[in-house]
Design a protein around this ligand. Structure first.
Ligand SMILES: Cc1cc2nc3c(=O)[nH]c(=O)nc-3n(C[C@H](O)[C@H](O)[C@H](O)COP(=O)(O)OP(=O)(O)OC[C@H]3O[C@@H](n4cnc5c(N)ncnc54)[C@H](O)[C@@H]3O)c2cc1C
Length: 383
């Protein structure tokens, strides 16, 4: 089906990203997966390519675009090639909106130019060993002491946590109140070179092996008050504001991974011969691919609709929850069926479908589990 969401500029950008992946990523991707992250200088290459600054205002070295569509193009092209850009997604899709929306003029001047060039990589630390879905239950504290906050606690599952230079840490600056468990949370942009800041284990994951996921700990880390993002105590509200964009980002890469799976399977079944015939000649193969292509088309239409809504400032948290829930569930079904069409080779990591399968599992967990999303959708239905 012809898509109307992208124009000529987006398609020219797509060509650039595709050529960059072919030249700079695909040939060395296995090394990144073995190392657990891309080399640090890859991020300065992404900075030179201009992808970190697309949505950053020109006065801070960016391109001043407000549309989400360029990010969507990067997600689609990575999925198409079966690769990832390490901490790119968190840097641009999760952290940047906070810096743009809540950063002061002084903070933007300090942080955005190195953010754009890739000299300052960022991450966001919400999840703790004892609490993930229930963020209001977090235990990390930041107590004001003169002109510094003193940060203590631990975070886990932090994407980009090994290589990040500055991390948005969500911490409790005052106790929750009996009426409101969400009160008293704040966001501090912590310099990872600070004394008492430590990166713990790099976690071994079943998929997304080229992106570093780490434990972090803070022992009396002194964070200058100038590094508080927005107003003290409004952290939870800020987090909920950005969830729609974060979830649409995951939905986009999920549907694109399903589309890539169909393409990998389509090619494979035409080459593989069984009982003297190509696998593509079995009616089952045709039907499975037809079902998968149909599901992908439906997911893509929903993503396109939500991208337009986000750009128009109309995407609600419930819309984004619907989109992420649907696209990640489609991804799970489609990638699994396409792997099945590969037979045993589908289970072997040198085939891209195997990596897609392992990478896909997390999308129903992070950025809001499918169960949590259903509670949001049900609340919107007022049931
Ligand atoms: C690879 C990876 C990268 C990540 N990156 C980051 C990151 O960069 N920054 C960050 O802060 N976090 C990150 N996370 C954490 C992620 O967001 C959490 O894992 C997720 O929010 C779920 O929290 P949890 O793991 O504590 O699960 P839990 O909250 O303990 O959930 C356990 C089970 O209970 C279910 N459940 C929870 N609440 C309800 C409910 N109300 N109704 C029904 N069922 C419910 C869940 O759906 C799940 O099935 C990452 C996680 C992974 C795996």
């Amino acid at each position: 089906m012809r898509r109307t969401v992208f124009n000529e500029d987006h398609e020219a950008f797509r060509d650039t990203i595709r050529a960059f992946i072919e030249a700079e990523v695909a040939p060395v991707y296995e090394e990144w997966e073995n190392a657990g992250h891309p080399p640090r200088d890859f991020y300065t290459k992404l900075g030179e390519l201009g992808v970190f600054g697309i949505q950053v205002p020109e006065e801070y070295g960016g391109a001043g675009e407000t549309s989400f569509k360029y990010q969507a193009v990067v997600s689609e092209e990575c999925a198409r090639a079966g690769v990832g850009f390490g901490g790119y997604g968190v840097h641009v899709n999760l952290v940047l909106p906070y810096l743009l929306k809540y950063g002061s003029q002084e903070q933007k001047k300090r942080w955005l130019p190195p953010f754009v060039s890739g000299e300052m990589m960022t991450a966001i630390a919400m999840t703790e060993p004892g609490t993930g879905s229930d963020l209001a239950g977090m235990q990390t504290t930041a107590k004001l002491d003169g002109d510094h906050y003193v940060l203590n606690g631990a975070k886990t599952f932090i994407t980009g946590g090994v290589l990040a230079d500055r991390v948005l840490v969500v911490a409790r600056t005052s106790p929750a109140t009996p009426e409101n468990r969400r009160a008293g949370l704040s966001i501090l942009a912590v310099d990872t070179r600070s004394e008492g800041y430590a990166v713990g284990r790099k976690l071994e994951k079943i998929g997304l092996r080229s992106s570093d996921t780490a434990e972090l700990s803070f022992t009396d880390v002194r964070v200058p008050v100038e590094d508080l993002l927005g107003e003290e105590g409004r952290g939870f509200e800020y987090l909920t504001h950005n969830l729609a964009e974060e979830r649409l980002g995951i939905a986009t890469s999920s549907y694109a991974s399903a589309a890539a799976a169909v393409e990998f399977a389509r090619r494979y079944v035409q080459e593989r011969t069984v009982f003297g015939k190509t696998v593509s000649s079995f009616q089952n193969t045709k039907f499975v691919l037809a079902e998968c292509a149909t599901e992908v088309e439906a997911a893509r239409s929903l993503v396109d609709r939500c991208i337009e809504a986000l750009d128009a400032g109309e995407l609600t948290p419930a819309d984004a929850a619907v989109c992420k829930l649907f696209c990640t569930e489609v991804q799970a079904r489609v990638v699994d069926k396409c792997l099945q069409l590969h037979g045993g080779y589908g289970y072997i990591l040198e085939y891209p479908i195997a990596r897609l399968y392992a990478d896909a599992r997390v999308t129903r967990i992070y950025g809001g589990t499918s169960e949590v999303l259903k509670t949001i959708i049900a609340k919107d239905l007022q049931v």
